[in-house]
Design a protein around this ligand. Sequence first.
Ligand SMILES: [Zn+2]
Length: 378
Amino acid sequence: MAEKEGFYQRVVRNNNRKKIFRLIRKRRMITKLEISQILGLSITTVSSNIKELIRKGFIKESGYGESTGGRKAQLLEYLPDSRYSIGLELKENHGRVILADLDCNIIKEKVYTDLDLSNLVKCTIRILNSFIEEVNAGDKLLGIGISLPGTVDVEKSILESAPNMGIKRADLSKLRLAFGVPVFMDNEANCSAYGEYEFMELEDQPLFFISVTEGIGGAIIVDKKLYNGKNHRAGEIGHITINFEGENCSCGNKGCWERYASVRALERMISRKGLTEFSGLDEIFSAYSKNDAMKKIIDEYAANISYGIRNLLMIFDPSIIIIGGEICRYENQLLPEIKRNVFQNNDFYVETDVDIVFSVLKENSGIIGAVLFVIDNI
Ligand SMILES: [Zn+2]
């Protein structure tokens, strides 16, 4: 039968299995009849996919549910620890690696600071092999997801540009075959957007994820998929011009949004006002309620963030904008002022038109998103 199955049948079968697996993951315990009713699939299709999922150990038969008149229905139980995935988050000065179960619970975590960026492939293989040996997940290892700090050509596995790492066009395709399990990679903002999208169970609402760190990155999910654009640069919103006579940006342009709304920009605003006694974001944001000068700077910074958001609303009209990155922990100090500036004097948008929220996964959104690429693509 397998030889005769054409491409179309194979795609349909894989999609059905994916839908069934995702439903069981969401519901934890469910019967075949419920799956068939919820997904609108025939009992025969559900049964054959369930058989395969049981054979592979992702789920098991587990007792019986309420009777609906006839025989009691067999319950199927989701087994989150039946497989593990590895997530790697590469940054300019460290690599963070996690082992996660199918629910994305972090089982083990390690940070490697001895990166040799002159040979990224070799360095990544070394880190991952050392972690794989340590966790010893054997056959239970499903795959590896990698979050990269730059623009990525996902099809060719090329890290095209990572200015903070001083990297231009690093070919990472050798990583695909280096570990005996599937390897997925994408840029940090895309990984984060995907992580948030899955955790918030957003279905088909268009989403824009903004990552505010040293610079500003972004990612777009539309029709349940990441949208990368023709040149893999869609969502690179840090370099939209918000002030055409403004400050010089590292990209060569003037007045880019990230010159005013990145974490570096906030630090510059603080040092210009001479508030040098505060260092680190925790100290800066905890001064918000105690220090009037700091409150003023942070409010101005929140307004700077809102200018870019107003632009992207007009271009993209998303259902939800998620703000993540290094500022993700300071929602209380930033979000009210961001929203006030986005919606005041705005003829096009009122607050009920779009949700503007902070990341739910916080600093784990990129690495969990990388893990979810593995889980959702197997
Ligand atoms: Zn720029």
